[in-house]
Design a protein around this ligand. Structure first.
Ligand SMILES: [Zn+2]
Length: 383
């Protein structure tokens, strides 16, 4: 929820005669018509903010707790704690700063894709500083709940109990105003039917014929990840948390249940246990955003799989990947953070209902426009 409404209400209460105009937008402003998406840098964790044209907000994951990080921030760069408010860690501060810029004063939905510390870590800290109406998660923590891995989940459980908690199944929707948000994976269950109305959904996927499967690595909690398809008009984005290779395979083989997309937000930070090419190459995304850290994810072999996806125009990265070196990183202007000292920059995407969108690199204000696809130029009848 944005702050415009309470400010209008306050003005209406304070100013005689103002009530008659309380329904009008403030002079010079317009109701938001774009879906704004902020890919926030949490150094190899995840925190993605969606602000809908219906003026509701959905944060997908909360980064790390405290200052735990693959790469510690340089000395003296942490923002000062605000007077009279609880101190929070680096990632919660970064998320709060972006919420402030976006004008979000209440989080309508916080989706916890799964209970690893780079996703659930900042939830309790955030809840100490901003009201959270609904948590969305995959339910019980069953597969990895061990003393040395439980801190993030245990802290989250205390704030989860004070909000409304939603535990969706694959096929359910998150009812955020102005958007169509479909759950395609949760608690190990996957969508097994085509998404109704989605372009090319249900078509046989020829990439399955010679597709490889992988021996799962010993982190089964990733398999529980909540995966989402976010649609706004003709625009579609896929974000699967840390879902792994074999689950990605099942979402698109033998038939592609998901359809095609405009934007793919990479699974598991660009780690080679995810990003199966039989899925990544079937999505036909125009742009990909890799939620890697400098030294987490961003694996060269994954970078190549995403970069070589048919139809991909640009691969944006939250960080230059140290492992990627000179050959497996995108050009500098597509990288939100490029060296050891400039961490914390985000990428902002603004989406219009005709399917066109723009991406801005907050570090250098480099902006790229993606015009509506010719086939999508007509307004969708689903709007
Ligand atoms: Zn992760």
């Amino acid at each position: 929820m944005r702050k415009t409404a309470p400010m209008l209400l306050a003005a209406a209460l304070l100013l005689p005669g103002a009530l008659i105009h309380a329904q009008d937008p403030p002079q010079g402003s317009q109701a938001q018509e774009t879906l704004d998406i902020y890919f926030i840098d949490t150094e190899g964790g995840q925190a993605t903010l969606f602000v809908s044209p219906g003026e509701q907000s959905m944060l997908v994951d909360t980064g790390f707790a405290g200052n735990a990080a693959a790469t510690p921030p340089p000395a003296g760069t942490a923002p000062p704690a605000a007077a009279g408010r609880p101190a929070v860690g680096r990632d919660a501060e970064r998320i709060l700063a972006v919420l402030g810029q976006a004008g979000v004063t209440v989080l309508d939905y916080v989706v916890i894709t799964h209970y690893h510390g780079d996703h659930v870590g900042g939830a309790a800290e955030l809840a100490s500083r901003i009201p959270i109406r609904n948590f969305v998660d995959h339910g019980p923590y069953t597969v990895e709940l061990q003393p040395n891995r439980s801190a993030g989940f245990v802290a989250y459980r205390t704030v989860r109990d004070r909000a409304r908690a939603i535990v969706p199944k694959a096929g359910d929707k998150i009812p955020i105003a102005g958007l169509d948000v479909l759950v395609v994976s949760s608690a190990g269950e996957l969508l097994t039917t085509p998404i109704p109305g989605a372009p090319a959904a249900g078509a046989p996927n020829p990439l399955c014929r010679n597709a490889q499967m992988k021996v799962p690595d010993p982190t089964p909690e990733n398999i529980e990840s909540i995966g989402l398809v976010v649609r706004y008009g003709n625009f579609r984005l896929l974000t699967l948390g840390d879902l792994t290779w074999n689950q990605e395979h099942r979402l698109v083989c033998p038939n592609n249940w998901l359809g095609t997309f405009d934007v793919f937000h990479t699974s598991r930070h660009g780690d080679p246990n995810s990003s199966a090419p039989q899925m990544v190459h079937a999505l036909r995304a125009r742009a990909a955003v890799m939620n890697n850290g400098e030294r987490k994810g961003g694996a060269p072999e994954v970078w190549r799989i995403v970069r070589e996806a048919p139809g991909l125009e640009d691969l944006w990265q939250l960080h230059r990947s140290a492992a990627g070196a000179a050959t497996h990183n995108s050009p500098e202007q597509f990288l939100a953070n490029v060296n050891e000292t400039d961490h914390g920059h985000y990428l902002k995407m603004s989406v219009r209902p005709d399917g066109s969108f723009a991406i801005v690199n907050e570090r250098n204000q480099f902006t790229k426009e993606y015009p509506a696809r010719a086939a999508n130029a007509a307004p969708s009848s689903e709007r």
